[in-house]
Write a protein that binds this ligand. Structure first.
Ligand code: DQA
Length: 149
């Protein structure tokens, strides 16, 4: 499983901590990787501030036949047709994740180019948004994909 982080998420821990908290991106990733390991799920993470690099990484995930993704596209959530097209193209199921409750914030954050093609959306739980999404994958997606194996 791949966790994809968009622009400015490399600044987690120092960026607007009253909104995003004090946990760093490295700590978020470590927590997900460790939790995945316990469940027998290989988790890798990628962050970029560049839209095209995120598109490239999504296309690469398609070639690698990644089974599932957690996607926090940051501000590109609200702007990027290119990321939406890339996610549609690879057809890898994904959960849209946000640390903050985007619906309790600026109106321009209420619209997402990704939500209607996502399996689901988790927001507002801080790093717990990623954890809740991962727990869904572990409890629901993983057993189904290994059933009969
Ligand atoms: C965010 C919410 C976005 O609106 C914002 O642009 C981000 C982070 C979140 O995780 O809460 O960069 O995706």
């Amino acid at each position: 499983m791949l966790v994809l982080h968009g622009p400015n998420l490399n600044l987690l821990g120092v960026r607007e901590p009253e909104i995003y908290g004090r946990t760093t991106l490295a700590e978020v990733d470590r927590g997900l990787i460790d939790r995945g390991k316990v469940a027998g799920l290989d988790v890798s993470a990628y962050q970029s501030n560049h839209e095209g690099e995120l598109v490239d990484r999504i296309q690469q995930a398609g070639r690698e036949r990644v089974d599932f993704m957690l996607v926090n596209a940051g501000a590109y959530t609200h702007t990027s047709v290119a990321l939406r097209d890339a996610l549609s193209a690879v057809d890898i199921p994904f959960i849209e994740v946000h640390l903050s409750n985007v619906f309790a914030r600026d109106r321009f954050r209420h619209h997402s180019y990704l939500s209607d093609i996502a399996v689901g959306v988790v927001c507002g739980l801080g790093p717990g948004s990623y954890r809740a999404a991962l727990d869904f994958v572990i409890s629901t997606v993983l057993p189904a994909s290994t059933a009969g194996a």
